[in-house]
Design a protein around this ligand. Sequence first.
Ligand code: FES
Length: 353
Amino acid sequence: MLKNFWWPLAFSKEVSRKPMRVTALQEEFVLYRLPDGRANVLSDLCVHRGGALSDGWTQEDRIVCPYHGWEFRADGACVRIPANPPGAPVPRKARVDAYPTVEQMGWVWAFLGDIPAAERPPMPTLQDAGAAMILSGAITWRAPYERVIAHLVQPPIAMLALDGEFAPEAPQLSALHAAETPWGARLTAVLTPPPYLVRGWLGLTRRRVPALSCEALVAFHMPCITLYRAGDDHMMMAHVPVNPETTTTRWMVARRSSQTNAEVARRRVMAALERLRPEVEGQPAPETLLFCAFRRLCDEAIARGWGIDAHLIQAEYANIKAVVIPSPARREVPELAAAWVMKEAPTIKPHDA
Ligand code: FES
């Protein structure tokens, strides 16, 4: 699990004025919308006594903790403590971490880390211009997110983007070409799905009809995105670790044309992902070319000090002291250096990786 990347935490359509709790990277976050419609992401841990802000409510541009009513602005600063006498200043330590938030491609992304904007790895893009149909869904796996990516960063998965059944038989691949990108890698190929069965008159006869080949692409983008293209259809999946053992995959398909009802098409993708579940949850990661590139980029991120030490958190901090992923304000505003009550999540020392 890595900090200092953009992480998609929810679909845009899920986020409203009502605070929403999301667990990612073994931390709790609260997502909500400001009065002007912008999405905002804060640490969900109230600095007063650790209450969950997501159990509270929004009031104008503030979120209110339900326990003793402290009110926090979008930048994480507490601006009102109801128990204080009138005119008493709010201490600077009354502050939670606030994360840069953008909405793109139908997702709410938060930058979970503290490095300056100029050094942040970019977000990926999904080509959905002119899409006739956008499908989306989510599935949770009992598997580490690296293993989920290992199983899903494979060319046959690109067939999920196509308007057809995901066949259990692997498609044929030809003309493979791999290339690295600054924050990922991509593989293009010609993909020929297995022949499909067509029923004849009254269903009494069957024949196998060859399927059409198409150009396919499978790629990944750090830290958790897999991208697919099959013909004109595009798909993107975000594999976000809830904790070291559990991963939530949110997926989105943009189709240029479709003969199929959207709900039927969505159910087909979900059914195909469910069929993959035993493999993803039960088998070790296949060492494909793309996955090896992913592992190498993860190691480079850990060498920069971006790897969150989940095991240390569980062993030394659980039930004793909460830790949070540091936000950019911890570095950008030196005068707040002493204002942070919550300790920063420990990171993996490069030689431990
Ligand atoms: S725990 Fe949030 S105001 Fe007391």
